[in-house]
Design a protein around this ligand. Sequence first.
Ligand SMILES: Cc1ncc(C[n+]2csc(CCOP(=O)(O)OP(=O)(O)O)c2C)c(N)n1
Length: 309
Amino acid sequence: MLTVRLVEERICSEYAEQTMRCPVHICIGQEAIAAGVCAALRDEDAVMSTHRSHGHYLAKGGDLRAMMAEIYGREAGCCRGKGGSMHLVDLKAGFMGAVPIVGSTIPIATGIGLSSKLAGRDIVSVVFFGEGASEEGVFQESIQYAALKKLPVIYVCENNGFSVNTPLKDRRPDGFSVTRVAEAYGVEAGQGDGNDVLGVYEMARRAVDRARLGEGPSLLEFSTYRWREHCGPNDDHHLVCRSVEDFEQWKEKCPIATFTGFLTRENLLGADEIAQMREGILSQVDEAFAFAKTAPAPDAGLAGSGEYA
Ligand SMILES: Cc1ncc(C[n+]2csc(CCOP(=O)(O)OP(=O)(O)O)c2C)c(N)n1
């Protein structure tokens, strides 16, 4: 969680330099969902993500230098500098890809689950998506198929209350619940607090166990809040649909501060160790940014190559 937070804070503070030339969707405030779910996975398990991908990529073990090089549009980037922030991939880490077409990775992750089952492997496929994506028809088609075939897929819905700037109340009828939709299709579903990393981990662990035992798909819906604007490094509390009061309330529940408090109270980690951890991460972040900023740009002649595999 702290790595994701510190990397994204650095992206935000350097973005105005205009040397990162791709849009960035910041997940500050939502880190516990990526960290808690990925902590329940094995290296070979598969994860897919969205436009808001940094946390999922890093939590699954994606290479930080390759991510930063990608965001800076460098040849050493994980998509050779052609994709940017919304097209991260690290196959070695089981991070199968992020795609900004909302909802598009839900059927792909379902297919990964199908291939795992057909091949008799016990790989679990996880797809992260926002609650906006759950309003796409392909979500219902995918979960129905996964339930029918008892696929080892975990659908993780990060409900931050907004699709760009449209709040839930303007998008859904009263009483609508994505977990009830999932249950109607025969998918095991549960809701949890997206600020509680241990709670997220526990729910994910149970879903992973079910998937590996051949008991089929699960849907986990976590309540959360994005602290920054939909796209870009700034705040957006000035917008009519958002408010400083809401932000302050969610900030009180910061997943990192909450977990740090728990670790300290339980004497599991001292202030020195926390400071050391922070310093260690910051030096990795320095190193990754220095690498990305000075790495060579891709050869223009290769612009059309490697687009399909
Ligand atoms: C198919 C499609 N429709 C619309 C968009 C424009 N768009 C980009 S992000 C977004 C909102 C997605 O909201 P949600 O899935 O809840 O994710 P969040 O941004 O809140 O993390 C939209 C509508 C898109 N990229 N793809």
